[in-house]
Structure formats: structure tokens, C-alpha cells
Write a protein that binds this ligand. Structure first.
Ligand code: FEO
Length: 405
């Protein structure tokens, strides 16, 4: 069997045997993948041969060929299962079927999920928080990282090589483009796709992520091998710092204007607010038409910036559906310490502003309302545009105060 592509040497004895998925349209059935996504798996050769995570089931055949090739037909001894979401666990059944003697290493919650997903109950070794295990002379320290973003999530630290196998933490969307290392990647694209991944997959669990990052900080990490995105061999500090910044919900002093419009009247108000924000010196104004914009990209930009304007019309006596989808998604992210301004339009049922206001009320102070709330009947008029200017001025002040304070 000949396999020469899809394998990258990380060290003399550690190999990347992941898969680049450029065929799936939506990760988890939800999130767009314009640049694909990588499912990273690693094979460590030595006295004992050790796998770390697997790949999505649709890539099992190719994945197993790589193991067969690198081990010259021998069976791997262990598979460390850092995370059971099927983008990483999807080949466990195929692995067990081909290598029935393989031993799986996870924690108690991993074991339960292996049984429930795949009926795997035998040859499962469980580890606890902080436990160190010797696997054929290679020592691993395990740290549990619950709710980043599933309860069984954990990371494995290779003590001898100072390599952290970090699972979803430090992951990002985007297939690897050529090389698998950070110094071979387009960092602008990597960071943008990593942030979109963080906000939409991990963001809700930022408090858990901060606890996990504190554990990472206690380790002497020379290289980070995550389950998605590039391997951080040149600058692991960069990705740790970025994840810390996003987990702490640190914002920049820009404003996102997100609107949903049927016939252009809400769009006109949103455009007036955006223009006035720029006139008031807001350094970055980003406008999203939520009928057409990618939800995950809008959410990532909203996470990044301190200010948000929500402008929506009324439809069927409710908030326009694309805006309802947006606020439901934002609510699920538990965003904190941000400013929001509201603009609602209607002709005969005053629903949009009511629902937007209820969203702010439910945030428990996570969103601070910037006045005035702009309620427009049918089409914006001169006095409405004046209100748009006033809201933009107040938002610009709030964002600058937030930055300076
Ligand atoms: Fe990449 Fe949570 O799986």
C-alpha cells in the first residue's frame, strides 16, 4: 500500500495524519466552511505506537491507510481520545474493527460517550485530572477541560517533547493550505477563521475556556498540536494570547451595524447610522445585511467589537426572521460588556422594537442600551434621520469611553 500524501512529519517520531475537508458545506450542519476545515490526528511512533484523536467517518478509509503505511501493517497500541464530537471520534469504530486490540484512553465521560456513540466498552482506560501515564517510555500528562466545549473534553501533554495535543482548544476553521505549520500559513486568514470558529463553537463556554487556558499556562509548551487548524511550532504564545483575549471578551472600539430590511426602509436607517458613526470618528464600522450575510461571520465581528446597532423591521407581527435568528444566536453566546443601539420599523404592528428591547432586557446587563431607541413608522423621515445621528453620536461616545475606561 502506498501513501505519500496527507502525512506530515512533526518530529522524527510524530506524524500529522489528519484530513482536509473541503467537501462539507456546513460544520456541525450550521457553520459555513468557505475555506474548508482540517481534522487533525497524530500518530506517535515508538516502543508503543499511539494515536491522538481520529477524523470524521467519511475520511476513515484514507485515515486508516495512513496508519497502515506508517506502521507497516502493525496495529497501533493506544488511541488517546481527547474529544468525542464525531469530527474527531468518527473513525473510532473503524479503528477498533481493523485493530481489535487497540486500547482507548479517555476520561470517565469519554468512556460513557464511546459506549453511547459506538458501543465501545472494552479496552477503555480512563484517566483523571492531572494524571500522568507512561506509554512505552513516552509520558503524557492529562488535563480535563470540561465544557470546552463538551463535558468530556481533555488535553494531552507530551512531557518529553513539550507538545500539547490541545483538541478543539486553539482550533480554527480552514483546511491547511499546503504545509500544516503556523509559519507556512497565511496568518490573516488563519486568525480570522480561528476567531469565527472560537466565537461560534466555543464562545458560549468562555468561562470554561479561561479555566482551561490557565491549565495550559501552567505547562512548558514548546509546540501546540490542535485538532483543527495549523500546528503552532513557531509561535505558540500567539495562539494562546488570542484565545485568552477572546475568552476574556476583550473588545475593540468598532461598531457593527446589523440590519434586516424588506423594502429598504430599515436599510436606509441603518445606513444613516453607519455613516454618522464614521463621521463621529469610530475607527471601524462594519455593516451586515442579515438577509444575505453569513451568520457566523457576523457573530464573530460582533464579538470582536464593543458596539452593535440592531435594526429590524416587523414581519407577520414579529421581528423580521433573519434578525430573530441573529439575536437568538447572540443570546446563546452570553456576550458581556458591550453597547447596543436599537432601531425598529413597522407599519401596523409594533413588534420589532419590542422584541429587540426584550433581547437587551434578557441579557442581564451583558448589553448596555445606548439611547435613543429609534421607532420608525413605515419609512424614515427627517426627524428619524436626526434620531439616527443622535444614536450614532451616543454610540461613538460609549465605545470611546469603553476603550479609555
Ligand atoms: Fe472539533 Fe468539538 O469538535
Amino acid at each position: 500500500m502506498s501513501v505519500t500524501s496527507g502525512i506530515e512529519g512533526i518530529t522524527d517520531s510524530i506524524f500529522w495524519i489528519g484530513e482536509n475537508d473541503r467537501e462539507t458545506d456546513r460544520f456541525e450542519g450550521l457553520w459555513s466552511l468557505p475555506h474548508g476545515v482540517a481534522y487533525n490526528s497524530y500518530l506517535l511512533r515508538g516502543e508503543k505506537n499511539i494515536l491522538i484523536d481520529t477524523v470524521k467517518s467519511s475520511f476513515s478509509d484514507d485515515f486508516l491507510k495512513k496508519i497502515y503505511y506508517l506502521l507497516e501493517g502493525r496495529a497501533p497500541d493506544y488511541a488517546i481520545v481527547n474529544h468525542m464530537e464525531p469530527d474527531h471520534s468518527g473513525s473510532l469504530s473503524a479503528l477498533r474493527n481493523l485493530f481489535p486490540g487497540i486500547k482507548f484512553i479517555g476520561n470517565a465521560k469519554t468512556a460513557e460517550m464511546m459506549k453511547n456513540f459506538f458501543g465501545i466498552e472494552e479496552n477503555v482506560i480512563t484517566v483523571r485530572e492531572g494524571e500522568t501515564v507512561d506509554l512505552g517510555g513516552r509520558r503524557f500528562a492529562f488535563a480535563l477541560t470540561p465544557m470546552v466545549h463538551w463535558p468530556e473534553s481533555m488535553v494531552a501533554y507530551d512531557v518529553s517533547d513539550r507538545i500539547l495535543f490541545s483538541s478543539d482548544i486553539f482550533g480554527g476553521f480552514g483546511a491547511t493550505e499546503g504545509g500544516v505549520f503556523d509559519d507556512q500559513a497565511d496568518m490573516g486568514l488563519v486568525e480570522s477563521e480561528m476567531m469565527r470558529y472560537y466565537v461560534n463553537i466555543v464562545g458560549r463556554f468562555s468561562a470554561s475556556a479561561l479555566k482551561a487556558l490557565a491549565k495550559v499556562r501552567s505547562l512548558d509548551v514548546g509546540m501546540i498540536c490542535p485538532a483543527h487548524g495549523p500546528i503552532w511550532r513557531s509561535d505558540p504564545e500567539r495562539v494562546i494570547s488570542l484565545y485568552e483575549k477572546w475568552s476574556r471578551q476583550e473588545t475593540e472600539d468598532g461598531v457593527v451595524v446589523a440590519y434586516g430590511s424588506m423594502y429598504g426602509n430599515t436599510k436606509a436607517a441603518a445606513g444613516a447610522i453607519a455613516a454618522a458613526l464614521a463621521e463621529r470618528g469610530v475607527s471601524r464600522v462594519a455593516v451586515y445585511d442579515m438577509v444575505r450575510s453569513d451568520l457566523s461571520a457576523a457573530a464573530a465581528d460582533i464579538w470582536r467589537n464593543a458596539g452593535l446597532i440592531l435594526a429590524g423591521c416587523t414581519y407577520n407581527m414579529e421581528l423580521f426572521p433573519p434578525m430573530s435568528t441573529l439575536i437568538r444566536h447572540l443570546e446563546s453566546k452570553n456576550m458581556k460588556g458591550r453597547y447596543v443601539g436599537l432601531c425598529g420599523t413597522f407599519s401596523w404592528a409594533e413588534a420589532s422594537m419590542r422584541e429587540l428591547s426584550e433581547f437587551v432586557g434578557r441579557s442581564g446587563g451583558g448589553w448596555t442600551l445606548v439611547e435613543p431607541k429609534i421607532l420608525i413608522k413605515s419609512a424614515p423621515k427627517e426627524q428619524d434621520f436626526e434620531q439616527c445621528g443622535l444614536l450614532a453620536a451616543n454610540m461613538a461616545d460609549a465605545v470611546k469611553r469603553g476603550r479609555n475606561g
